[in-house]
Write a protein that binds this ligand. Structure first.
Ligand code: VNL
Length: 390
């Protein structure tokens, strides 16, 4: 008898649970945000989640009558896990959008799921050029390595840097950075005397840096993913590379705003090219940085945070336009061609490529108001991904 009462109660509870679930589904709009919250790229997850939550706090959690539900999953920087989580989010949670993707292999592993389920996949971090070609449902709000590298290869030879060694993480974005920097530098009359690749996981830069020292280039060009820059900078300085007359240059991933202020005076003068600096002097950015720091115990937003913030903007606007009708295809169509002012500057989602078109800035590390910043000194406007033109 007791048992029966209990079972009835359970049945009732399940019935009411599923009916609220059905109700919630009709009125809710779910974003499955898959990020590396632990592991080597955890800072990327922390930055993007904070930015997504800030966007929601500033813009409300109801759009076109739908309640926005953000479901955050930690893929621990393991691509198989990203794929499994994406599958669960689509099948069980019935998310309307997949978003996040800290590293290229995670974005690529998810692409077939986006295609099969017709779910827009908003890539907020990963930056290998080819990612947007892996699924017609991918839209990118971060950047591409060719975009950032080419501008630096235009700047370098005009500034006394002719002979360069490249050092990159040995996977998609690193290989893009190496290739596009090198081709453009050679085109501009410079030379790359050696191209070194370090493993993505647990790299030891010491033996590579020794080799660079022996080669005595004018500069060392580096790409490592967000979060790894401080280790490169530390070993570069410890080995006295700067004193040996070798300049450090690279994409802005290396002077990542998440770590830059702790890198010390040795970082002063390092020139990089990138699409975002916390120090970007616009009213929109000042407001963004202030609000982000206020909500996150003073944490400085980096380029990952901006990719997450703008990704949420793209999703919100697409939902506003479609009013939540028409499913993934309608949403995707409303994401294409969006143009707006981001904290990074003007930005545009190219309707053809679904990739981001944006300014690339040349920046130099300087001390301002007692803190280290990437201070912009030149801009190349409206740069499309050079990786798409071939
Ligand atoms: C990637 C590119 C990841 C640039 C990064 O940091 C980055 C990627 C995590 O495409 O894997 O800074």
């Amino acid at each position: 008898m007791h048992k029966r009462v209990f079972l009835n109660a359970v049945a009732l509870a399940i019935a009411s649970l599923s009916s609220t679930a059905v109700l919630a589904d009709g009125n809710s709009f779910k974003i499955g945000l898959i990020l590396p919250m632990t592991g080597q790229q955890a800072s990327t997850g922390r930055q993007i989640e904070a930015a997504a939550r800030l966007y929601m706090a500033q813009n409300g959690d109801t759009v076109a009558g739908k309640k926005i539900e953000l479901i955050v999953k930690d893929d621990t920087t393991v691509p198989d896990m990203t794929k499994r989580l994406a599958q669960e989010l689509v099948v069980n949670d019935k998310v309307n959008v997949l978003a996040g993707f800290g590293i290229t292999p995670s974005a690529l592993a998810t692409a077939p799921i986006a295609t099969q389920s017709k779910t827009p996949q908003v890539v907020m971090a990963a930056a290998t050029s080819s990612i947007t070609e892996a699924s017609p449902y991918i839209v990118r709000t971060s950047f591409t390595l060719p975009q950032a590298s080419v501008s630096l290869a235009d700047w370098a030879p005009k500034n006394g840097i002719k002979k360069v060694v490249t050092l990159v993480s040995d996977y998609g974005p690193g290989i893009d950075a190496e290739k596009f920097f090198k081709e453009r530098l050679i085109f501009n009359g410079g030379q790359v005397v050696e191209s070194l690749r370090v493993p993505l996981r647990g790299p030891d830069f010491a033996p590579f840096l020794q080799k660079v020292r022996d080669l005595k280039p004018d500069a060392l060009f580096v790409f490592v993913p967000s979060g790894a820059g401080a280790a490169v900078m530390k070993q570069f300085l410890e080995r006295g590379m700067d004193k040996a007359g070798i300049k450090l240059i690279g994409t802005g991933d290396i002077t990542d705003d998440d770590q830059l202020n702790d890198m010390g005076d040795g970082a002063l003068g390092v020139v990089t090219s990138h699409h975002y600096s916390t120090y970007h002097p616009s009213a929109v950015n000042k407001k963004f940085v202030e609000a982000f720091q206020k909500a996150n115990k003073g944490m400085r937003p980096n380029f990952m945070a901006v990719g997450g913030y703008d990704g949420m903007r793209v999703i919100y606007e697409a939902l506003k336009v479609t009013k939540g009708n028409g499913g993934g295809d309608a949403l995707l169509a409303a994401m294409k061609g969006q143009i707006f002012e981001s904290p990074r500057g003007p930005m545009f989602i190219d309707a053809q490529t679904r990739d981001v078109v944006q300014n690339i800035y040349l920046r130099k590390v300087e001390r301002k108001d007692g803190q280290l910043y990437n201070v912009e000194f030149d801009v190349i406007k409206d740069v499309k991904d050079p990786g798409k033109a071939r």
